[in-house]
Design a protein around this ligand. Structure first.
Ligand SMILES: [Zn+2]
Length: 97
C-alpha cells in the first residue's frame, strides 16, 4: 500500500468514527404497543456502549404480552444488546428525529 493510500485509508477510518452511518428502523413506540404503536426513528448505526457497528437490521415481531407488532431487530457483533427502551431514549436525544 502506498503512503498516499495508507493516509487516505486512515483519514477515512477517522471520518467514519466521527460520522457513523445513520439508519432508519421501525421500533415499538411504547412498551405496551398493543400490536399497533410502531414508529420509525433514525439512529447512528453504532453501539452506544462501545462505538462498534450495530448488526444488520432484520424483520421481527415484538410481543408486548398480548399482541404482536412487526418491527426491526438487530444483533450487535460486540454482544451489547440494544433494548427498545434505550433505543427510544437515544432517538429522542440524538438530534436526528
Ligand atoms: Zn457494543
Amino acid at each position: 500500500m502506498s503512503e498516499y493510500t495508507a493516509k487516505r485509508k486512515a483519514s477515512h477510518i477517522l471520518y467514519r468514527r466521527k460520522h457513523p452511518p445513520v439508519k432508519s428502523v421501525i421500533i415499538p413506540a411504547i412498551r405496551e404497543h398493543n400490536g399497533l404503536y410502531a414508529m420509525m426513528v433514525r439512529l447512528r448505526w453504532v453501539c452506544p456502549q462501545c462505538d462498534k457497528p450495530r448488526g444488520e437490521r432484520f424483520d421481527t415481531l415484538s410481543y408486548d404480552g398480548s399482541r404482536r407488532l412487526g418491527v426491526h431487530g438487530w444483533r450487535n457483533a460486540c454482544g451489547h444488546v440494544d433494548k427498545y427502551d434505550c433505543v427510544r431514549q437515544e432517538a429522542r436525544e440524538n438530534g436526528l428525529n
